[in-house]
Design a protein around this ligand. Structure first.
Ligand code: AMP
Length: 290
């Protein structure tokens, strides 16, 4: 595997691969790779001839007081895992090259970015959309792979790709979980053993709501009450938000319909974790995907 640090060399390599007729897939990450990231790499490898993984801890998507400086950066271990999987190129640009001093442009996806994660983390999605557009421009992949773990992010990126007529297909992959249900996240490494046990509360809350939905519950207030009851029973967790929204508009709904997302953001100790459940209506029945 070759590690590429400069934008110009990355651009040239990707251009050559496309000229050779190879289907190029990009998996953008911030590193500290876990099985969730690796599942995106495998999905990309199934669809593409060549997979490029980017690792860039993007300063612009962290707010003041967030964990940018302490975010884990185990570059050697990450490189090893990607090489083992047969990834051909790792793109690890520098912040100085991504954001030179006179950098002035940003992408804001209106109406989808202000709520939920956007309300708790102002500017977060502007940072995400901007860096993803830059990566898509530098590499110009045929497909780019993202996890449904960050459901609002994938919705925003699909909107950006449509609005800006981007050529890359945005592929959304399932959430990978630990055996006890906790969604894999680089931030799980911050949890103490007690917090790690408490963190399963997100999955328990979503599972409880899923059971109610399977039993026929469609009323959003009652489903949110189920989520809150489970969350409130965990003393180490404090809920930032527990909401049920339309999966397309991300607007609150009163009753389940079409496709909805049950979204949770929770502090476990000082660590902020998110998780979600997708509910889809098909032939008058509702199907849940955790
Ligand atoms: P990050 O390194 O946190 O920016 O994540 C990079 C990509 O991996 C994003 O598209 C995430 O949605 C995805 N991802 C993170 N955790 C998981 C997971 N547990 N399952 C599936 N995808 C994930």
């Amino acid at each position: 595997m070759e590690t590429i640090h400069t934008l110009e060399w990355m651009r040239q390599v990707a251009r050559q691969c496309r000229a050779d007729g190879r289907v190029v897939g990009l998996v953008p990450t911030m590193g500290a790779l876990h099985a969730g990231h690796l599942s995106l790499v495998r999905a990309a490898q199934q669809q593409c001839h060549l997979v490029i993984v980017s690792i860039f801890v993007n300063p612009r998507q962290f707010g003041p007081g967030e964990d940018f400086s302490k975010y884990p950066r185990p570059m050697d271990a990450d490189r090893e895992r990607l090489a083992e999987l047969g990834v051909e190129y790792l793109f690890a640009p520098t912040a100085a090259e991504m954001y030179p001093e006179n950098f002035r442009t940003s992408v804001h996806v209106e109406g989808l970015s202000e709520r939920l994660e956007g309300r708790s983390r102002p500017g977060h999605f502007r940072g995400v959309a901007t860096v993803v557009l830059k990566l898509l421009e530098i590499i110009q992949p045929h497909f780019a792979y993202f996890g449904r773990k960050d459901a609002q992010q994938t919705r925003i990126l699909r909107q950006m790709a449509a609005d800006l007529n981007l050529d890359a297909g945005i592929v959304v992959c399932p959430i990978v979980r630990e055996p006890d249900g906790l969604a894999m996240s680089s931030r799980n490494a911050y949890l103490s053993p007690g917090e790690r046990r408490a963190a399963t509360v997100l999955h328990h809350a979503l599972s409880a709501a899923a059971r109610e939905i399977a039993a026929g519950e469609r009323d959003v207030m009652r489903l949110v009450a189920v989520l809150r009851k489970v969350m409130d029973a965990e003393p180490l967790a404090s809920t930032d938000y527990a909401e049920i929204v339309d999966a397309e508009t991300l607007e609150p709904v009163l009753r389940l319909r079409r496709a909805c997302l049950l979204l949770l953001a929770v502090f476990v100790g000082a660590t902020r974790l998110i998780d979600n459940l997708l509910v889809e209506e098909r032939d008058d029945s509702f199907f849940v995907t955790l």
